[in-house]
Design a binder for this molecule. Structure first.
Ligand code: SF4
Length: 463
């Protein structure tokens, strides 16, 4: 599944024992490994000569950003960000890290998550005289901090965080200190590990692997880590709350070579595929995946069922995302450009097609049509997520409830609508059986039980 449910953002940070001329290059590598989490803009902030320097660019990490990356800056500390935003908020002004000069000093922030009631809080602050630099929800934290009188930077941050409700795994740069914190319910992942000359932080462990990190741990929900010159000091800004880790990190967003929330993404997806195989009421000849997000679950399906796995769809990885326009017509065209059926593998066969999720259904309709045009006898679609019926307010760009196909149609109706012979979803209980600690996850987009009251949703601020 692609071009339906959008990735969110990724953050990466480095704190070294000594200044290092390759700091920007290492930040670049970290962001490169997190590119799947956001392709619309990227940037780094670093501490140098008692000030914070920021370099940002629209597009991919390997695009214009590479050209403007500062070479040979001697610095010990920096943070980086890759971003996906909804339409209207994708300009360079909202690209992160965001940097501010306020009564608490110079601060840069890189945020993965979403503050659901941001618009409401922003309006309240504007009424009281605050002036916002961006339309990003991430900025609200700086305003909360700046409003706190007679407290230093650290105490202001701790107090502001204790009042901030939402999804945030955030990195902050203040002087030469990198600060990492995760909201008390732990919606988004954030890990860190030791390298030879310091500490690195990342949304996903695959980026830590790239830089050779050892002793990898999660920043705990409600924990704040201050890291200066590669040395860690940890505090709690909130008591433990019921966890709401985003289960979609395991279903779709995170890379299979990452471990998030203590779970191997690869192993979790194999289990989801195996579980799907037990739900089948058809007898497909082969299992194929919708690449890349359906690959691991399809392998799990094939292993559990004994039905051979084939590469039935090939994906072109080399098309820039900026080419894809959001309008419906263009989205359909982009499926054709990205995926092509392998006719010799599927001709005359009944297919079990494994994908991660179904959002609007437009992409799946196109894929089913392509497979049938290429000679598939039957197309049975299997989704490793439960039916998505409700919008997400915690860092994933979902359409409104009304646009979600599962909010208005049963699996049988969906099959008819997209031209498939059958459509099978995992149930929430099936999904829970694939997780080692299911009680620690958020399932709001399946059941509509949100863990907080949603007063407003900012359409421009998925970070
Ligand atoms: S609502 Fe869905 S997508 Fe959003 S955080 Fe919860 S599980 Fe993840």
């Amino acid at each position: 599944m692609f071009d339906e449910l959008k990735e969110e953002c990724g953050v990466f940070g480095i704190s070294l024992k000594k200044d290092y001329s390759e700091l920007a290059k290492d930040l670049y590598l970290g962001l490169f490994a997190l590119q799947h989490r956001g392709q619309e803009s990227c940037g780094i902030a670093y501490y140098k000569d008692n000030s914070i320097g920021v370099v940002k660019s629209l597009g991919l990490v390997s695009g214009d950003f590479f050209e403007i990356l500062p070479r040979n800056i001697e610095s010990s500390s920096g943070i980086g960000h890759v971003r996906y935003s909804t339409c209207g908020g994708a300009g360079i002004v909202n690209a992160q890290p965001l940097s501010f000069k306020c009564n608490k000093g110079e601060i840069a922030i890189a945020h993965n998550g979403n503050i659901p009631n941001y618009e409401y809080m922003r309006d309240e602050l504007i009424k009281k005289g605050s002036i916002f630099q961006t339309t990003s929800d991430s900025e609200i934290l700086i305003h909360f901090m700046a409003k706190i009188q007679d407290k230093n930077f650290e105490d202001s941050l701790m107090e502001a965080l204790s009042n901030l409700e939402g999804a945030y795994s955030m990195l902050m740069l203040h002087d030469d200190t990198v600060i990492a914190f995760r909201d008390p319910t732990g919606f988004r992942p954030l890990s860190y590990g030791e390298i030879e000359n310091g500490i690195i932080f990342s949304s996903e462990t695959n980026a830590l692997d790239l830089l050779g990190a050892k002793n990898i741990k999660d920043v705990n929900p409600g924990e704040i880590i201050f890291c200066k010159k590669g040395s860690i000091r940890s505090k709690k800004f909130s008591n433990p709350k019921k966890l709401n880790q985003c289960v979609f990190e395991l279903i779709y967003f995170a890379r299979p070579d990452s471990t998030v929330f203590g779970e191997s993404v690869y192993e979790a997806r194999l289990k989801m595929g195996a579980k799907l195989a037990t739900l089948r009421k058809c007898n497909p000849d082969i299992v194929i995946s919708v690449p890349d997000s359906g690959n691991t679950a399809a392998l799990g399906f094939s292993r559990a069922s004994g039905i051979p796995f084939e590469f039935g769809l090939m994906r072109n990885h080399y098309m820039g995302r900026t080419f894809i326009k959001p309008e419906q017509k263009k989205r359909n065209e982009s499926v054709r450009i990205k995926l092509n059926p392998v006719k010799s593998a599927i001709n005359g066969k009944s297919l079990a097609v494994v994908d991660d999720s179904l959002v609007r259904g437009t992409t799946s309709r196109k894929i089913v049509a392509m497979l049938k045009e290429s000679g598939a006898k039957e197309v049975h679609l299997f989704l490793s997520s439960p039916e998505i019926k409700f919008a997400c307010y915690f860092g994933i760009d979902t359409p409104t409830d009304k646009e979600l196909i599962s909010s208005r149609a049963t699996p049988e109706e969906i099959a008819k609508e997209i031209g498939a012979d059958s459509v099978t979803f995992l149930t929430v209980n099936d999904l829970k059986e694939c997780l080692s600690e299911p009680e620690k996850y958020c399932y709001s987009c399946f059941n509509g039980n949100y863990p907080m009251t949603i007063k407003s949703r900012c359409s421009d601020c998925v970070c």
